[in-house]
Design a protein around this ligand. Structure first.
Ligand SMILES: *Cc1c(COP(=O)(O)O)cnc(C)c1O
Length: 853
């Protein structure tokens, strides 16, 4: 009989083993090797099979085994020591505690997905993994973070393949009782419930699951509760599934419900509410309007509240393509906000926040645009992506040059302890005396070439075994009761140069570029002396038919008996596969259409393991490729897409054939590839510290969280005095701006033939209308100019100040003057501009107002 409902009963461990429950209750075990070793000792095979999940592991062990462990003094002693170690980790001062000066007491981090451990599958790809790594590094650094997301009953989908290579999705339902989460409860034991008013007097309710990620608390909202109608129970059914309205409900719950959940949690745990909010991509953007509502209830008007919210909000955009941005029909937004969802906030005010520049009242509602309007500080996720984002959103700051668009960049990072193979960590401990692999001295002779190569070989061997196991399991799932074919035991060769390629399958990532010339690929795979093998994985979004076709093409190619032992597609790419896959490869391949890969993190995770990257100069690789840490596939500059693919594919084949394979197979008398190892050492010692999420989180703290905290503190001070005056000032400046213009610029001080060292004197007559010189900054913008009159290069700005004799003429004209020294020979050009100026602006472009000479 089939059960109508199932749940997990957690075993009662004896008192002597209580440390195990303590250790399993905090996801820190997922990146703490010694704790994992302890769990694996309990039942090594089960530990591997239950996706490295201690809670389901405890549910599988026999009473005999529990008794044996409880009477094993050495085991109990180690478990207790690890519990103490965890408690120390959770309480001792860390990096953040040592920072001088003002800093937030609590930062809220919102994300639609979190990829923390295989045991908690609440992610679809890079965005979620990044969020997970952000939490882990924040925890390691002692950054006080509370994270908010949704609890998806079926997470993302599981991928299988039909015999003809077509992706098949299943949605295994998770049982939260069997996960490292607990329900947030009232003192009387009843669950804390947050509610949202929806149209037609419906109420969406959600309970809150609480997880611990080291020092970070994770709150996940779950709508699958009896309080909800059948329909509303499904709001949190799965990640990125369903139609527009379903997605909107998820995002309302995440943003608005998320702020309410933090409020309830903070009250229950006696902590002060967060001062800074960080939204990882636009999906959680409604968190800003909920906070506006709260401030309006406290007596501010919409514009005053907006200033406070903006000051304390950091928005990170991840999408370099307009099509990737989340948009809603404005009628849908109007319907949802013409309710009691946010008392005191009008639907029109919400709509205005998400309206695209130049769009009419019924134009689409754009979540990224709202994110930028609700966050005073915004960033892309690599330097190149910062540039692309400034261009993509430049319409929001009309009149400003792209470089002036107030979107910066913080390049993503990855959490070393989660992504470094245990063999490499052991090698570092054994030879370099540290488990901090990201900052170890890998160039040191204490690590011999033979040691390092031995470990690299082990990692490849593990991938080969893992791949064979996975292929057989997948085959058996398709052919129940059958016997997997023999060739699956010899798929892949642990000695062959191994290239990895795994990622989601949107078209821009070009999964099938390697198939461009199948004959050439065959020759590379089957080369008699220098063969190559390729391991591929990736999921297509369930609605992405084109993506599924690409997977099918790869699978079809890989089914050919002539090459099937050299190229495999592994179904169901996820964290547990990734943790074996990256370390087990020698080369990590990445061939997106530049510049569509915002950052890309799989190559970073590979590099931490001594894997060399072979990649288009996109995302992170564009700023970190140095000629010794891997290879750059040149981007072909052509409008013709086919031609571009052809040239880029050929560059890739050429690199593999003429540079990569020869270097890999060039061995000394002990069969060690000395030159290759030189590249590995260089990668490990120079790249790893930069790629660490610790570097990323420190940047967020110093460049974004702390300035945001300072801004909001000023605005909140003394009953929001500065917020009120800033709102009033902005309104006044906006109203008056049409009266601002530069009427005349004159220069002097230069000879006919200006020389380096000369000074250029400038005087600008500026009409300010109803404004005064205090409201504006008049700037000379200067730099190198070229003959063909392109934009200025190496641009700098200098202030012009009101001239001594300045006095408003009756027409409201003011004279500003200043000097620029000519420091460089060559073409020189300048222009003059007026922008609003206020001490609480973070950037002169912030209001999107400018007057140009
Ligand atoms: C790192 C990771 C990703 C993201 O990799 P990209 O290079 O950004 O595409 C996706 N899925 C899993 C399981 C990962 O570990």
């Amino acid at each position: 009989m089939k059960a109508i409902r199932r749940f997990t009963v957690r075993p009662a461990l004896p008192e002597r083993l209580s440390a195990l429950e303590h250790l399993a209750g905090n996801l820190r075990w997922s990146w703490h090797g010694p704790t994992q070793e302890l769990f694996s000792e309990i039942a090594p095979n089960a530990w591997r099979d239950f996706q490295h999940d201690p809670i389901s592991l405890f549910g599988q062990i026999s009473q005999d085994r529990i008794d044996a462990l409880a009477s094993d003094d050495s085991f109990v002693h180690r478990a207790n020591a690890l519990r103490e170690d965890l408690n120390r980790y959770l309480t001792e001062p860390r990096w953040y505690q040592g920072l001088e000066g003002d800093k937030p007491e609590l930062i809220a981090y919102f994300s639609p997905e979190f990829g923390i451990a295989a045991a908690l599958p609440q992610y679809s790809g890079g965005l979620g993994i990044l969020a997970g790594d952000h939490l882990k590094s924040a925890s390691d650094l002692g950054v006080p973070l509370v994270a908010v997301g949704l609890f998806y009953r079926a997470g993302y989908f599981s991928q299988a393949l039909s015999p003809d290579g077509w992706q098949q999705e299943t949605y295994p339902v998770l049982d939260p009782d069997g996960l490292p989460l607990r329900v947030l409860r009232q003192p009387d034991g009843s669950p804390v419930i947050v509610t949202l008013m929806l149209p037609d007097d419906q109420v969406l309710s959600a309970r809150i699951w609480l997880g611990r990620v080291g020092r970070v608390t994770l709150l996940l909202l779950d709508s699958d509760i009896p309080e909800n109608s059948e329909e509303l129970c499904h709001v949190t059914d799965r990640l990125y599934g369903g139609a527009e309205e379903h997605r909107l409900r998820q995002e309302l719950l995440l943003g608005i419900g998320g702020v309410r959940a933090i409020g309830a949690w903070a009250e229950r745990s006696g902590v002060r509410p967060p001062q800074v909010f960080h939204t990882n991509e636009g999906h959680a953007g409604f968190l800003g309007v909920e906070r506006i509502r709260d401030l309006i209830r406290g007596g501010l008007n919409f514009n005053e509240a907006l200033q406070v919210v903006r000051a304390g909000t950091v928005f990170t955009t991840h999408t370099p393509v307009p099509a990737g941005i989340d948009r809603f029909d404005s009628a849908l937004i109007r319907r949802y906000f013409t309710t009691d969802l946010l008392p005191g906030v009008s639907a029109e005010d919400v709509l205005a926040l998400g309206r695209e520049p130049g769009a009419g009242m019924d134009g689409a509602f754009n979540m990224a645009v709202m994110g930028l309007r609700l966050g005073q500080r915004a960033n892309g996720v690599s330097q190149l992506h910062g540039e692309v984002s400034r261009r993509m959103f430049s319409d929001l700051w009309p009149g400003f040059d792209t470089e002036d668009v107030p979107i910066g960049s913080v390049t993503n990072g990855v959490h070393p302890a989660s992504w470094t193979a245990p063999q490499l960590t052991e090698l570092a401990i054994r030879t370099l005396g540290t488990s901090d692999t990201a900052n170890a001295d890998w160039a040191s002779p204490s690590v011999t070439d033979a040691d390092l190569w031995g470990v690299r070989n082990q990692m490849r061997q593990e991938l080969v075994s893992d791949a064979r196991r996975r292929l057989k399991r997948a085959w058996l799932a398709q052919n129940p009761g059958g016997i997997a074919p023999d060739w699956m035991d010899t798929v892949l060769d642990p000695r062959v140069l191994t290239i990895g390629f795994a990622r989601r399958v949107p078209t821009y990532k070009r999964l099938t570029l390697m198939l461009h010339d199948t004959e050439r690929l065959r020759r590379l795979l089957l080369h008699p002396g220098r063969p190559v093998q390729i391991v591929i994985a990736g999921k297509a979004h369930p609605a992405d038919i084109e993506g599924k076709r690409l997977i099918q093409k790869v699978v079809e190619f890989a089914q050919d008996p002539a090459v099937r032992e050299r190229i495999v597609f592994l179904p169901n790419y996820d964290i547990s596969m990734a943790q074996k896959l990256y370390p087990g490869t020698d080369v990590w391949l990445n061939n997106p259409l530049r510049p569509l890969e915002a950052c890309g993190t799989s190559g970073m995770k590979a590099a931490l393991n001594g894997v060399l990257n072979l990649s288009i100069l996109d995302g992170w690789w564009n700023e970190f490729f140095d000629g010794e840490n891997g290879w750059a596939i040149p981007s072909a500059v052509t409008e013709d897409a086919e031609e571009r693919d052809r040239r880029e594919a050929e560059s890739m084949y050429d690199l593999i054939e003429h540079q990569i394979a020869p270097r890999f197979y060039e061995r000394d008398t002990d069969d060690v590839p000395t030159n290759w190892l030189g590249n590995i050492r260089h990668t490990l010692s120079t790249l790893s510290p930069e790629l660490s999420a610790d570097r990323m989180v420190r940047e967020y703290v110093n460049a974004l969280y702390r300035p945001a905290f300072n801004s909001t503190s000023v605005l909140r001070h003394d009953g929001f005095r500065a917020a009120r005056s800033l709102a009033e000032w902005k309104a006044r400046v906006r109203d008056a701006w049409s009266g601002v213009s530069i009427t005349h610029v004159e220069s002097g001080g230069l000879d006919v033939a200006p020389q380096v060292g000369d000074e250029l004197h400038l005087r600008a007559t500026v009409r300010l209308g109803a404004l005064t010189p205090n409201d504006v900054s008049v700037q000379v913008v200067y730099g190198r100019s070229t003959v063909n009159g392109d934009d200025l290069k190496d641009v700098q700005t200098a202030e012009l100040v009101p001239a001594d004799d300045a006095e408003a003429s009756e027409s409201g004209e003011w004279l500003f003057a200043g000097t620029v020294s000519l420091r460089r020979p060559g073409g020189f050009g300048y222009s003059v501009r007026v922008v609003p100026c206020h001490p609480l602006l973070d950037n002169p472009a912030e209001l999107g107002l400018i007057a140009i000479a």
